[in-house]
Design a protein around this ligand. Structure first.
Ligand code: C2E
Ligand code: CA
Ligand code: CA
Ligand code: CA
Length: 274
């Protein structure tokens, strides 16, 4: 038994080392990445059911490295944050979004995700403002921020948002209802809409408590005059439940998976022709 335990420990040690060297390889690949070429974006539609049209797309980053291959955002975004590279990625994604936005109808908005570091750095925001300004107005790029990012320093976050609003951008509070949600953020920040997290969407059809919370969040939005987007709609049943509660703007696999920009542009054309 003792030998087995020792054997197990050795195996564990090897696995652990493999994990570490995998992380090191990822770190090195990201440090040396040619971001403009290796980072690409997918677009996921945001559909307004009452208007019966696509109103915009969320811009989602992807990383394909020639060294370590395709890496999911769940892996490389936190890594980039840790390595201090996230703002470079934000700028890369933003430039690509601006190029795509110019190829889309004027009614379409593109939403870019900001990280906590972007929101808490005056320099990062200055860089973002410069990139958008250089592309020329009017700006049809919006930004998504999280509550965790806001919480680090509400004063700085507020200044950042004011600068972004001045560009003509709208601000969404992402993943609403998860983590340290606080209604004061919704009240104190210049927000245009909140995005209700997928967990509420998936629970709503079978869980009365979730439905009550969703109803309350929709009332809150209505009373404050801000928009509300539901994330992660996968089934007709979820959609029916949310429409029944008064929701209208939906994002999720049921409406469209994150897709390459050319497919997104084609889907807009098909929608327009129908
Ligand atoms: P997020 O901002 O909450 O983005 C929504 C995530 O939900 C995306 O995952 C999207 O593909 C996924 N999703 C959309 N509809 C459905 C659905 O119906 N069902 C399910 N199960 N999932 C759905 P993705 O693309 O893997 O991105 C994961 C996270 O990585 C994002 O979560 C965001 O926090 C981060 N991320 C992605 N791109 C960027 C970026 O450019 N900058 C920053 N800072 N973060 C990014
Ligand atoms: Ca988002
Ligand atoms: Ca989200
Ligand atoms: Ca999320």
């Amino acid at each position: 038994a003792k030998r087995e335990t020792r054997g197990g420990a050795v195996v564990f040690g090897e696995r652990h080392e493999q994990e570490i060297s995998k992380v090191r390889a990822l770190e090195h690949a990201l440090h040396t990445a040619e971001l403009d070429r290796e980072i690409y974006v997918l677009l996921q539609p945001q559909f307004d059911v009452l208007l019966d049209r696509t109103i915009g797309f969320e811009v989602l980053a992807r990383w394909r490295s020639p060294v370590v291959g395709e890496v999911s955002p769940a892996e490389f975004i936190p890594l980039a944050e840790r390595l201090g590279l996230i703002s470079r990625i934000t700028r890369t994604v933003l430039r690509k979004a601006l190029t795509l936005s110019a190829q889309m109808p004027k009614s379409i908005r593109l939403s870019v995700n900001l990280s906590a570091h972007d929101l808490n750095s005056a320099q990062a925001i200055e860089d973002i403002v410069a990139i958008v300004t250089e592309a020329g107005k009017p700006c049809r790029i919006d930004f998504e921020i999280t509550e965790t990012a806001v919480m680090r320093d509400i004063g700085q976050a507020n200044e950042a948002l004011v600068a972004l609003l001045a560009l003509g951008s709208r601000i969404s509070l992402d993943d609403f209802g998860t983590g340290h949600s606080s209604l004061t953020h919704v009240q104190k920040l210049p927000l245009d809409r909140i995005k209700i997290d997928r967990s509420f969407v998936s629970d709503a059809p079978h869980d009365p408590t979730s439905r009550a919370i969703v109803k309350t969040m929709l009332d809150l939005c209505r009373n404050l005059g801000i928009g509300c987007v539901f994330e992660g709609i996968e089934t007709e049943q979820q959609l029916d439940t949310l429409l029944g509660l008064g929701g209208s703007v939906m994002q999720g696999y049921l409406f469209g998976r994150p897709m390459p920009p050319d497919a997104a542009i084609r889907s807009l054309q098909a929608e327009h022709a129908r």
